[in-house]
Design a protein around this ligand. Structure first.
Ligand code: ADP
Ligand code: MG
Ligand code: ZN
Length: 622
């Protein structure tokens, strides 16, 4: 019963192969029925009667076939000949009998043999080819994504093409194989826990999120983390790449999704992992010309339907990974679907060192190696790049005929690996890193020094994929829907704080503040036109907001003259706050230097660390 299922719709490598196979088959058939018999005839040499008689004389003949017009004969070497018969030669039969030749069918015997041999010889390689291809296909499927001790089993009757990973005790990838990424691991740990013991959650009535989306730049270990979840949870793990859904035939992708979820619900509790989900999960655009991408849309719709359809309590958890979350269809991110986002960011100094250490265990490392130094050299490098550096260093050691990797090998590897990466990732030079550190501390310090500003939670100068070189995370205490005028002004000052620090310390400015400028301007403009926070305009609405649900496009609703005055007012607000930020930083220059130096070294500092340094009694009293 399984056989019939397995031969279901042609997948495309198979389909291509099948058609090529058919063509070859037809060629072989034609050759066997038409060409080979003709060739068989041709392989009989025609000789003249004299030669025939000579050969008879020399007793070279073994078998002879006498016909009315022709004589076929075979010599001792097995070669076939024919010659035209001469009716007048009446003694020929006697001479042949005396010579002791056998009378038999020569011509027909040969062709029969040819036909049979031809068929066997031409069909055999074809059959072998088919068998070999089948085996190769199977192997390829098994090999795909099969690192570590995860042993995959192709799923018999399924057509989803999803591989089920059977996790082997003691050999699988565990969280310990993922260095750093503590926050991501923590939030995935809960899913592991749920899969271990769904009852515990059920009793309280807690519902697990149906899906978690691993988001982060390429090479940060998203795929690795998903595998580790399976390894930790020890449940069946279905893994499929988004691109595998995109099929040649319309409707195939959708049916694959359906099939995948059917298999998964039979195996629950289990994990379904969709890698690179952006290939199917891209925003559906309304009618982009002809057809758009029907196939992908259908697949996406099916995925959404399936996710809604099944019950999370059953224990099917869907993980997905993407490095382009902004391209995903919002419907995918709605509550009840991928409602948990697990950021997998580029590693900071600590993380980089941990990753280097982990990978260094796999190679012979000499005593002079200082991985901390290497980690310091590689801000902005991803886990994959770091793994690559260790490997490249090992290759370098071999090239130099060394027994173990040395520090110069590692340094050389950093240059080779990161030279290419430099352009695509924002890998900072020392000087840039220093500027970014001051810039970020500028924001944080201005925020902290103003009583109304929320304290900072985290500052980092690890470059983000968003293009931001650094980033200061501020937390508001609780939900803030109402902001006072003072708070808004302080916020504007905080936005200008980054640039202000650059000015105070370096005396020049960089392009790094473009986003800050935009934000500050937006806030200042809103104060004037929407919130009635200026004397000049009092409570007059100068702007109306459209599309409030989509971020809000504001359009001016006033005369040109008023608009000019609004612009002036906005400029003066921002200017005043910028000035305030600058003077705050000048007053606290010592703290600015101290914290920036600290951040420069650590790359990421927490809010507490920041506040500790800020509140520490200054060593030199100013
Ligand atoms: P992604 O799916 O995010 O693009 P992968 O999970 O495929 O990245 O990571 C590629 C490789 O980089 C991994 O196989 C691993 O060797 C290495 N790697 C990446 N991040 C880490 C990490 N945090 N710890 C250890 N190795 C890592
Ligand atoms: Mg990946
Ligand atoms: Zn900034």
């Amino acid at each position: 019963m399984k056989e019939t299922q397995q031969k279901q719709p042609p997948k495309h490598p198979k389909a291509t192969f099948a058609s090529v196979y058919c063509v070859i088959l037809i060629i072989v058939l034609l050759m066997n029925t038409l060409l080979f018999p003709a060739m068989a005839k041709m392989s009989i040499r025609t000789v003249d009667y004299g030669t025939f008689l000579n050969m008879l004389e020399e007793e070279k003949l073994t078998t002879v076939q006498l016909e009315e017009q022709v004589i076929y004969f075979v010599d001792k070497d097995g070669a076939s000949y024919k010659t035209s018969a001469i009716p007048q030669d009446l003694q020929i039969v006697d001479r042949l009998i005396n010579a002791g030749v056998k009378f038999d069918r020569v011509y027909e015997q040969r062709t029969m043999l040819d036909v049979v041999l031809g068929w066997v010889l031409s069909l055999l390689p074809l059959l072998l080819l088919g068998w070999w291809f089948n085996r190769m296909l199977r192997r390829q499927m098994n090999a795909a994504g099969g690192a570590g001790g995860i042993n995959q089993m192709m799923f018999g009757g399924g057509k989803s093409g999803a591989k089920q990973y059977v996790v082997e005790e003691g050999q699988s990838i565990k969280f310990a194989d993922v260095a750093g990424q503590d926050e991501a691991k923590e939030s995935l740990q809960e899913i592991v826990d749920f899969l271990h013991n769904p009852k515990k959650y059920e009793e309280i009535g807690a519902k697990m999120p149906k899906g978690a989306l691993l988001v982060g730049p390429p090479g940060t270990g998203k795929t690795l983390l998903a595998r580790a979840v399976a390894g930790e949870a020890e449940v069946p793990f279905f893994s499929i790449a988004g691109s595998e859904f995109v099929e040649m035939f319309v409707g195939m992708g959708a049916s694959k999704v359906r099939d995948l979820f059917k298999q998964a619900s039979e195996k629950a509790p289990c994990i379904v992992f969709i890698d690179e989900i952006d290939t199917i999960g891209k925003k559906r655009d309304s009618g982009s010309g002809m057809g758009g991408n029907d196939e992908r849309e259908q697949t996406l719709n099916q995925l959404l339907t399936e996710m809604d359809g099944f019950d999370a309590a059953k224990g099917v958890v869907i993980l997905a990974a993407t490095n382009r979350p902004e391209t995903l269809d919002p419907a995918l991110l709605r509550p009840g679907r991928f409602d948990r986002r697990v950021p997998v960011e580029l590693p900071d100094l600590h993380g980089r060192e941990a990753i280097l250490r982990l990978h260094a265990q796999k190679v012979k490392i000499g005593p002079d190696c200082d991985l901390n130094v290497i980690a310091r050299m590689t801000p902005g490098a991803s886990g994959a790049e770091l793994a690559n550096i260790v490997n490249e260093a090992a290759l370098g050691a071999v090239r130099h005929g060394r027994k173990a990797v040395t520090q110069p090998d590692l340094q050389e590897a950093v240059d080779t690996i990161l030279a290419g990466a430099q352009k695509k990732n924002a890998i900072l030079s020392e000087k840039e890193k220093c500027i970014v550190a001051y810039h970020e501390v500028g924001h944080a310090l201005v925020a902290a020094l103003q009583t109304h500003s929320a304290p900072v939670q985290k500052i980092t100068i690890v470059p983000r994929t968003s293009g931001a070189l650094g980033f200061t995370m501020q937390v508001d205490e609780g939900e803030r829907t109402l902001m006072t005028k003072e708070e808004m002004l302080d916020k504007i000052a905080t936005f200008t704080g980054g640039r202000a620090a650059e000015e105070v310390v370096f005396g020049s400015v960089t392009t790094g503040a473009s986003n800050d400028i935009e934000q500050a301007t937006k806030l200042a403009r809103a104060m004037v036109t929407r919130y009635g926070m200026t004397e000049d305009f009092d409570m007059v609405a100068l702007e109306t907001v459209q599309n409030a649900y989509l971020g809000g496009d504001a359009s001016l609703a006033c005369s040109q003259a008023t608009a000019d005055r609004v612009d002036e007012k906005v400029v003066s607000i921002v200017k005043a706050q910028h000035e305030k930020a600058r003077s705050l930083l000048v007053e606290n220059r010592a703290k600015l230097d101290e914290i920036s130096k600290y951040l420069y070294e650590r790359e990421t500092i927490s809010g507490e660390e920041f506040m500790d340094i800020l509140n520490r009694k200054p060593q030199l009293t100013a």
